[in-house]
Design a protein around this ligand. Structure first.
Ligand code: BEZ
Ligand code: FE
Length: 291
């Protein structure tokens, strides 16, 4: 097709995209082209701004490596990951959901641990944490044999892959629920932390004058055949960044009760009890954002 007007640029692209025999590809790419072209018309995007966008996308790729996923971070900071999560959980977005975005730091093959074991694989100073979880189904029955994969940042706010001072797989582990649907583990209380700001996503956050700190949290990925994999995070209710999480991960049901026992003494520790409810569905593991 000869492109004789700006409208023809959209029409020709839509026709080209529609040549695929993959119906879902055509649906996704046609919609993307329509929205992208509408965005360009609405904003009257300039040539300089298009060049900026090329450079920005290229920098996302260049900033990505085995231990950092800038594309996931950019998606998270634009609310895209949370929107996809909410639309695919909680009755298709109709109700609140107990799911939260995966984030860029889940690693596959964390150590399999016995119930009650510690997540510490190298000395990690901080307030001791005891977490007790119960996995149940929609009818309230315990779910036995669910694999509960946990990962979290250290008390100085760094994941082990960001911190040469932590052993490989520190603060990561996989537990299996017993017949009562329960699991528990020991660790140290995680701190909130800034999302990585040394790449293009950080430039965007600064441009928008957004603060980079996430509220403290534990991550969970709960997996069992015949249930929809539950990916979530649990936050303490007193964290100062629940309202301005830069990646929009906090929903009401994910605010847990992190109680401090024996506060002010040498035996002070933090205790979290939390119930996870699994829905019937497809058990699938996400593609790990990092290795
Ligand atoms: C995280 O919670 O691990 C996370 C999520 C989104 C961006 C950065 C970190
Ligand atoms: Fe995190």
């Amino acid at each position: 097709m000869i492109i004789d007007t700006e409208r023809a640029a959209t029409e020709a692209t839509l026709n080209a995209v529609a040549q695929s025999s993959d119906a879902r590809h055509v649906e996704l790419l046609s919609s993307l082209v329509r929205h992208l072209h509408a965005f360009i018309r609405e904003t009257r995007l300039s040539e300089t701004e298009l060049e900026f966008a090329f450079d920005f996308l290229n920098r996302i790729g260049q900033a990505t490596n085995d231990s950092h996923n800038e594309a996931a971070l950019f998606s998270d900071a634009l609310g895209v990951s949370t929107l996809v999560c909410l639309l695919n959980n909680g009755a298709g977005g109709a109700t609140e959901t107990a799911s939260a975005l995966l984030g860029p730091f889940w690693r596959m093959n964390a150590p399999e641990l016995e119930n009650g074991a510690s997540l510490l694989r190298s000395p990690t100073p901080g307030m001791p944490l005891l977490m007790r979880g119960l996995v149940r189904d929609l009818a309230g029955n315990p779910v036995q044999g669910a694999r509960v994969d946990i990962w979290h940042a250290s008390p100085i706010g760094l994941y082990e892959n960001q911190d040469a001072g932590q052993a490989d797989m520190n603060l990561r582990g996989v537990f299996t629920t017993g017949a009562d649907g329960r699991f528990h583990f020991e660790s140290v209380r995680p701190a909130g932390y800034p999302v990585p700001t040394d790449g293009p996503t950080g430039d965007m956050l600064r441009k928008q004058e957004r603060q980079p700190f996430r509220p403290a949290h534990l991550h969970f990925l709960v997996f069992r055949e015949d249930f929809k994999t539950l990916i979530t995070q649990v936050f303490p209710g007193d964290d100062p960044h629940l309202e301005d999480d830069p990646v929009f991960g906090v929903t009401p049901s994910l605010i847990g009760s992190y109680r401090i026992e024996n506060e002010g003494t040498d035996s002070a520790r933090c205790v979290l009890d939390y119930d996870f409810v699994m829905q019937p569905g497809e058990a699938r593991l996400p593609v790990p954002p990092i290795k």
